[in-house]
Design a protein around this ligand. Structure first.
Ligand SMILES: NC(=O)c1ccc[n+]([C@@H]2O[C@H](COP(=O)([O-])OP(=O)(O)OC[C@H]3O[C@@H](n4cnc5c(N)ncnc54)[C@H](OP(=O)(O)O)[C@@H]3O)[C@@H](O)[C@H]2O)c1
Length: 204
């Protein structure tokens, strides 16, 4: 798929690498494509150029930058927005309960918004198999978008789980908080969560 990753920090770079390895056509959107820090990115463009024609737009910017990052983008169907952000150390901006709700408010109604890729250390995006088990990756949001993003996450090697609609987005953000809590309390960054056993009706 044609995928634009907005942000060239830890998440943006690892996600872009993983998606390209999985065979997707990836462009990284950066504010200044001429910035020497981005010289190693094989395919980079301004965020506005990166999203043009993209089927999926992955948002990998700090919570405080989400509104600014989305303001300059023209998003229209059939694009799907994937929100990989977390509010860490401060509530989501604008009084929203979740980053997902903030992102949803800033994207046109007819463009699906999905929460994913936020629940694990960025480096795992290129190494989703830990101790021979694929890491659990919850995905939730607008149905048409979840149906696009779950197969993409599986193409990266994750045990991507369809958590459901927008009501399940807070669960995804809570799951990220649990990973961060453990990471900061002695677990380090090398661990991942995994599902053991087969859920009823398992189609994975
Ligand atoms: N780090 C993790 O392990 C991890 C894991 C899961 C989720 N997350 C979440 O993912 C998001 C990104 O995290 P990160 O660790 O990748 O952050 P980061 O390393 O600080 O990188 C953030 C990137 O966002 C770009 N950016 C900032 N404002 C922007 C704007 N207005 N428009 C376009 N790009 C903008 C920055 O560009 P410049 O370089 O030009 O400043 C930078 O490349 C955060 O919400 C974080 O909570 C992080």
């Amino acid at each position: 798929m044609r995928i634009a990753v907005i942000g060239a920090g830890s998440v943006g770079r690892h996600l872009a690498t993983a998606l390209a390895r999985a065979g997707h056509d990836v462009v990284v959107g950066v504010r200044d494509p001429d910035d020497p820090r981005h010289a190693d990115l094989a395919r980079r463009a301004t965020p506005a150029d990166a999203v043009a024609g993209a089927e999926v737009v992955a948002l990998a910017v700090p919570a405080a930058a989400v509104a600014d990052a989305l303001a300059g983008l023209t998003l229209r169907p059939p694009a799907v927005v994937v929100d990989a952000t977390n509010a860490v150390g401060a509530p989501p901006p604008g009084g929203f309960a979740t980053m997902g709700a903030l992102t949803r408010s800033l994207v046109p109604d007819d463009v699906p918004v999905v929460k994913a890729f936020n629940t694990i250390g960025a480096e795992h995006l290129v190494a989703p198999v830990v101790d021979a088990m694929p890491a659990f990756l919850p995905v939730a949001g607008d149905r048409a978008g979840v149906d696009v993003v779950v197969p993409i996450a599986r193409s990266l090697g994750f045990d991507a789980v369809d958590l459901g609609g927008p009501d399940a987005v807070p669960l995804v953000e809570d799951h990220a908080r649990m990973w961060i809590h453990l990471m900061r309390n002695g677990w380090g960054r090398g661990f991942a969560f995994a599902v053991v056993g087969a859920p009823a009706g398992d189609d994975r």
